[in-house]
Ligand binder design. Structure first.
Ligand SMILES: [Fe+2]
Ligand SMILES: [Fe+2]
Length: 176
């Protein structure tokens, strides 16, 4: 049986988590279709392909919007997964369908787990770290000068964009 989404797979973004959950649900539905004739396995496979594509596109848009430095590698990973998925599906015509339906549903949940734990969690950490660095002094815990230094190092490490840096710097200067 394919694994299901659990809280330890959260990437800290509710929209992305929701999309991951939906992919796990589809993998489970596909698994069930091997036994339940009421579930259309071909329609479920089509839904998996469509939704995988949609999720990857959404996630890449999100990563671009936050200026994620690992975007290119992440896109390449998505591309590889998409091709691997396609390869399994192309074998459907020849092999025994029930076996393949199970193989495919397990494949989907396994790559999901692996990809989420390694690549997706990495952008979750990136966002969390940036938030920690740039919001630490917002409540007046550190001096304005210290905030400026933190922002500068966040910029140097690529955690924030130049535009973001300018905006936040102005905020700090106004409050000093
Ligand atoms: Fe991803
Ligand atoms: Fe993802």
């Amino acid at each position: 049986m394919p694994r299901q989404w659990t809280a330890d797979l959260s990437v800290g973004n509710s929209e992305m988590d929701g999309q991951h959950r939906r992919l796990f649900d589809l993998a489970l539905l596909l698994w069930r279709s091997a036994e339940d004739p009421a579930i259309d396995s071909q329609a479920t496979i089509d839904a998996i392909i469509d939704y995988t594509y949609e999720h990857f596109a959404n996630e890449e848009r999100y990563l671009r919007s936050i200026g994620y430095p690992g975007l290119r590698d992440h896109q390449r990973n998505h591309g590889n997964i998409f091709v691997a998925l396609d390869n399994i599906i192309n074998r459907f015509a020849d092999d025994e369908r029930r076996v393949l339906v199970r193989e495919l549903s397990e494949f989907v949940s396994e790559w999901l787990v692996r990809h989420i734990l390694h690549e997706d969690m990495a952008y979750g950490r990136f966002v969390a770290e940036r938030r920690r660095r740039t919001d630490a002094g917002a409540a007046g815990e550190v001096s304005g000068l210290e905030r400026l230094r933190q922002l500068k190092s966040a910029l140097d490490e690529g955690l924030i964009t130049a535009e973001d840096y300018e905006r936040r710097k102005q905020d700090v200067l106004e409050r000093m």
